[in-house]
Design a protein around this ligand. Structure first.
Ligand code: K1U
Ligand code: ZN
Length: 171
């Protein structure tokens, strides 16, 4: 297992649409192991492969509370096949936009079809934090960030802040 670097705004790779995985092979398994190590170290409750610079449709996730046993979950080629009309608001964060949090409204419940590490297609119905994180991560593999769901004023402000920081770091 290896820690990978998490790419941050305004890195253009975060806007890339990731490619589907054709088969679960050794390369995919190594990437998934590395994503879990990187996600737990961050720490985060989810991670999309593109956040470590790999444009594949792979998500790792663990929404277990601190006092609960770990519940690592892998979603390969995930797609939302149903969303509730009911909406919920959650204060989201993003490992690619560090230390910025904003309320986002999304469907309360979703049904997601995906491939597991065993190569089999499965479906999960999610609500609460799991539904929020799944939608956030599926956005990532489509090149969408949670700041795309907030006002343009707030979005422009956070993009400007991270662009300035990146320029300062490059000097
Ligand atoms: O995709 C990411 O950038 C990970 C992100 C997922 C997420 C969190 C909250 C709402 C929607 C999506 C994070 O994990 S940010 C860090 C975080 O929220 C957290 C970290 C440690 C413990 C609990 C939460
Ligand atoms: Zn994120």
């Amino acid at each position: 297992m290896a820690l990978r670097e998490i790419i941050v705004l305004p890195d253009k790779r975060l806007r890339q649409v990731s490619d589907p995985v054709k088969a679960v092979d050794a390369e995919v398994r190594t990437l998934v192991d590395d994503m879990f190590e990187t996600m737990y170290k961050a720490p985060g409750v989810g991670l999309a492969a593109i956040q470590v610079g790999v444009p594949r449709r792979i998500i790792t996730l663990d929404t277990a509370k601190k006092d609960e046993p770990k519940q690592p979950q892998v979603f390969i080629n995930p797609e939302i096949v149903w969303s509730s009309d009911e909406k919920s608001t959650y204060e989201e964060g993003c490992l690619s936009i560090p230390e910025y949090y904003e309320e986002v409204e999304r469907p309360t419940q979703v049904k997601v079809r995906f491939m597991g590490l065993d190569g089999k297609t499965q479906e999960v119905e999610a609500d609460g934090l799991l539904a929020t994180v799944l939608q956030h991560e599926i956005d990532h593999i489509n090149g969408v960030l949670f700041i795309d769901h907030i006002s343009k004023l707030k979005r422009d402000r956070v993009i400007r802040k991270f662009t300035k920081a990146a320029k300062r770091e490059a000097e």
